[in-house]
Design a protein around this ligand. Structure first.
Ligand code: SF4
Length: 343
């Protein structure tokens, strides 16, 4: 029997998500209720193989179910040898619909909630996939502050929205978010990044931001600006690289489970080539072996192609699109898997 020592995190898509963001790195999936008791059944499947299991009933929108208080208690009760965490996340959908939700976030110790914008009203609504989303984000910002929780504004930049993000920064200044967040004992954070290039975000490659097009006023807010290079620079840097890009869980193993019981690592989008197997149709012993040995088609293919070969085949040496290191590697690997039709 393989060691049970490595801790496991399981995130199950029990309730889905109200949004359909155009940057969603997981990729869009229908909301579909899972069977009654699916949560305990899943934990029991893994229990013989792991001493520590951290259980989350969501992997898309936290607290999307109406009984989110009871749900949080149940996530804690189902976890084995540890407790799930809250992170700096919450549901802006619920914040504007449920007057007691902000109080709940406060009770469970959430000091900051991240809110995602894509520009001003029309652009944010279009990118989140819901009319009214932008107004909800502004209202959620106020509700958080009224409850002593700091909002954090995250933005994803591309060629289409780069100038609007400057307007959004100005809006955050007009709303005095810096001062109002300091009044609740936190620093207000506004940050900008190009995002990953997998899932839905991969479709935005044609409008991916060119590094030289990032408005000067936004540069201080860009995460890891100096480590963000152009596609051209990455191609030149890795042209002859003989290493392999193989995503890997160090220590804790994190697994995502879709509402159709498909099992995935947390490396990239939940597409067939990244599927470890299905909890309903594959024996659990075999699934755990694949998890612990990281033996799935996508990772086996990643071990067979060098980074140099990936950039030579799929990189565009004339492109000035901006990428961070791992985001560009994952983009290249997914290009390769798609070209080869790996499933
Ligand atoms: S990015 Fe998050 S909120 Fe948006 S569709 Fe994906 S899971 Fe839902």
């Amino acid at each position: 029997m393989v060691s049970k020592k490595r801790p496991l995190t399981i995130c199950v898509d029990l309730f889905g998500c109200p949004n359909r963001c155009r940057h969603c790195w997981l990729s869009h999936m229908p909301n579909r209720p899972m069977e009654e008791g699916a949560d305990a059944w899943i934990v029991d499947l893994f229990r013989p193989f792991f001493e520590e299991i951290e259980f989350y009933s969501w992997l898309r929108e936290p607290d999307y179910c109406d009984d989110y208080r009871a749900r949080w208690e149940r996530d804690k009760a189902l976890s084995v040898g540890c407790m799930p965490e809250r992170f700096e996340l919450g549901s802006f959908w619920r914040l504007v619909r449920d007057p007691s939700y902000a109080g709940f976030l406060k009770e469970v110790g959430v000091p900051v909630v991240q809110l995602t914008f894509f520009g001003l009203e029309d652009t944010t609504d279009r990118y989140i996939g819901r009319k009214g989303a932008f107004k909800e984000l502004l209202k959620a910002t106020d509700i958080l502050l009224e409850n002593g929780i700091a909002p954090r504004w995250q933005t994803f930049i591309n060629e289409e929205n780069k100038d609007e993000l400057v307007d959004l920064l100005h809006l955050s200044e007009d709303l005095q978010l810096k001062q109002r967040t300091e009044a609740v004992g936190q620093a207000f954070r506004f940050f900008v990044h190009p995002g990953t290039c997998d899932g839905e975000n991969r479709k935005l490659y044609p409008v991916r931001i060119q590094k030289s097009h990032i408005p000067e006023e936004l540069i201080p807010y860009v995460l890891d600006y100096d480590e963000t290079l152009t596609e051209q620079e990455w191609c030149a840097k890795w042209q002859d690289d003989t290493s392999h890009y193989v995503p890997h869980n160090d220590g804790r193993i994190v697994l995502y489970i879709s509402n159709t019981y498909d099992l995935f690592f947390n490396f990239t989008h939940m597409k067939p080539e990244w599927r470890i197997g299905n909890l309903k149709t594959d024996p659990i012993e075999e699934l755990v072996r694949r998890v612990k040995e990281e033996d799935i088609p996508a990772l086996n293919e990643a071990r067979s192609i060098t980074l140099g070969a990936l950039v030579r085949r799929y990189g565009d040496p004339s492109s000035e699109r901006a990428f961070e290191d791992d985001d560009y590697k994952m983009y290249l690997l997914n290009q390769h898997l798609e070209q080869k039709g790996i499933e």
